[in-house]
Design a protein around this ligand. Structure first.
Ligand code: FES
Length: 289
């Protein structure tokens, strides 16, 4: 179980990891996630299930190596096993009767946007996808999004690919040009989701965001993932991760997410130092043999 069947680099520090998880592959729905412990004594990492193959019994995760645990996960090779994978967790995306949807993905958020865009398309909606990043090399899953969306618009902040500018500006232009959307979905960095919500609020377009707060148990017990939505405390792991973006307290989410960022960076640095020391020790041993 949880054997890695594919591990490939698809962007700077971003990996597509496919692993065996038969039951999860059979049950998962768009919008759900898993919590992964790559090896012993690591953190529990929440990751959206980007795709699954029920017949092959595999799920696909898109992983950005940003901390110690995600680095340990992407370091696993094909044939090695992930220690444990819990899921599928969270509420599936509610598709409803959306006829025209705009899915906006920023950076690594495109990996979360992809299965939702696919589910909407499969349900018969016309899907416009806008994906963006700071520069061309940071755009991920372009081919996949091209295949599943009716229209794909790519934006880069520096203009190195697609249209120069922010995804929110593109969305604003479409709306100003008279495009009609029943629903927008925004997934990416918190400022980007907030900015999309500001644009759609004015236009009266219902907007769903997929939140990425700190998660620990993923079962509603620890309270780590609490967010405020519509003035009420909600647990993203069991009641989300998708919420009405116009109701989310983004300022609080930003503060909570920032609280542990320096510790993540320190842990990743420590892992890198440990790896260097181990490599040096192995080399010395080899030379001594
Ligand atoms: Fe613990 Fe949601 S992750 S309550």
């Amino acid at each position: 179980m949880f054997e890695i069947t594919r591990n490939e680099l698809i962007g700077p520090n971003v990996y597509r990891i496919e692993l065996k998880a038969e039951k999860i592959a059979r049950k998962r729905k768009a919008g759900q996630f898993v919590i992964v412990r790559p090896v012993e004594n690591t953190e529990r990492v929440p990751l959206t299930i980007a795709a699954s193959d029920a017949e092959a019994g595999t799920i696909t995760l898109i992983v950005q190596a940003v901390g110690r645990s995600t680095q340990q996960l992407v370091d696993l090779k094909v044939g090695q096993r992930v220690l444990d994978v819990a899921g599928p967790l969270g509420e599936p995306t509610h598709i409803g009767d959306v006829k025209r949807a705009c899915v906006v993905g920023g950076g690594i958020g495109t990996a979360v946007a992809m299965p939702i865009a696919k589910a909407m398309k499969d349900a018969g909606a016309h899907v416009t996808a806008i994906i963006g990043a700071r520069s061309k090399d940071l755009i991920i899953l372009e081919k996949e999004m091209q295949e599943l969306a009716d229209r794909l618009i790519i934006c880069t902040d520096d203009g190195s690919y697609g249209r120069k500018g922010l995804v929110t500006e593109m969305l604003g232009e479409l709306i100003a040009a008279g495009e009609q959307f029943d629903e927008a979905l925004a997934i990416g960095p918190v400022p980007m989701m907030e900015a999309v919500c500001n644009v759609t609020r004015e236009a009266g377009i219902r907007t769903i965001v997929s939140l990425n707060p700190i998660m620990i148990d993923g079962t509603g017990m620890c309270g780590g993932c609490r967010v405020t939505v519509g003035g009420k405390t909600r647990f993203a792991c069991v009641e989300g991760p998708e919420f009405d973006g116009h109701e989310v307290d983004f300022a609080e989410l930003r503060t909570r997410l920032g609280a542990f960022r320096h510790l993540e960076e320190e842990a990743r640095q420590q892992l890198s130092d440990e790896c260097r020391m181990k490599a040096a020790a192995d080399q010395l041993k080899k030379e001594g043999d």
